[in-house]
Design a binder for this molecule. Structure first.
Ligand code: 3PY
Ligand code: MG
Length: 248
């Protein structure tokens, strides 16, 4: 899941929190490999998510929703809306990871409830088996407690990706994000995560939000990186354009 066109580089994702389908479409057109609609901290309504996902061309970028919580309801609604993958925040242990994975899949593989209505208005209905095959489940590691358990979390059946939230992980670790990213020692949290996931054949992704943080994560071996946010891109472009117009 969250793959890129060039396997020699990490895939590049756009993190969308503005809650605006037009902004998401612009970022898709710019060529990001995937977009993630942030329903945990972003300004999305249910209807906005449906509109944003339906507006993107079929066969276009992979579309993840970072759900608000690890519940069957939040995960089911994101998938019903047409997301191809979910990113589940604050997954602390293998039990929580198993619950997230089960919420993504219809029986017998999981316990997702049938009702993919918004995504299907006027479209072909995939069979439960097809939907189970296509879905991607990423679980977020965002605390030292979860880092200690990453090996067992990555081993959970149905976890397709471990996704790091460096902002929360740094906060919970009592260090700055820059210090977390710069730590390349043998017991560095990011190294532990990449090593555990690689050993299990599980892809590993992370939020970055800037090119410099993305470069640090790429060097650490991450496969999928949320390189930019819609609000950050807008703010930076606005500042740069005004500076070019008015002078520094
Ligand atoms: C984090 O870095 O904690 C995130 O959840 C990214 O939004
Ligand atoms: Mg977080």
């Amino acid at each position: 899941m969250l793959t890129g066109s060039d396997p020699s580089r990490p895939s590049a994702g756009a993190w969308c929190g503005l809650g605006d389908p037009g902004a998401t479409e612009i970022l898709h057109s710019a060529g990001f490999d995937w977009v993630c609609l942030d329903a945990q901290h972003g300004a999305w309504s249910d209807r906005g998510i449906v509109r944003a996902l339906r507006q993107l061309p079929p066969g276009g970028p992979q579309t993840a929703v970072r759900v608000a919580a690890n519940t069957p309801a939040a995960i089911g609604r994101a998938l019903d809306a047409g997301a191809t993958a979910v990113i589940v925040p604050m997954v602390q242990d293998p039990r929580a990871a198993a619950s997230a994975a089960a919420s993504c899949r219809y029986p017998p593989a999981g316990d997702r409830s049938w009702g993919p209505m918004p995504a299907l208005w006027g479209r072909r209905v995939p069979t439960p088996r097809e939907a189970n095959r296509a879905v991607g489940c990423a679980v977020m590691i965002e605390t030292p407690y979860a880092v200690e358990r990453v090996d067992r979390i990555a081993a959970v059946d149905g976890v397709d990706m471990v996704f790091v939230g460096p902002l929360d992980l740094a906060l919970a670790s009592g260090v700055s994000v820059e210090a977390l990213l710069a730590d390349t020692g043998p017991t560095a949290p990011l190294r532990q995560i990449v090593t555990a996931c690689t050993a299990r054949g599980v892809r590993v992704g992370a939020f970055a939000g800037s090119a410099s943080r993305s470069a640090a994560l790429a060097a650490a071996g991450f496969h999928a990186i949320a390189v930019a946010t819609d609000s950050g891109l807008l703010a930076n472009a606005a500042a740069r354009t005004l500076e070019a117009w008015r002078g520094p």
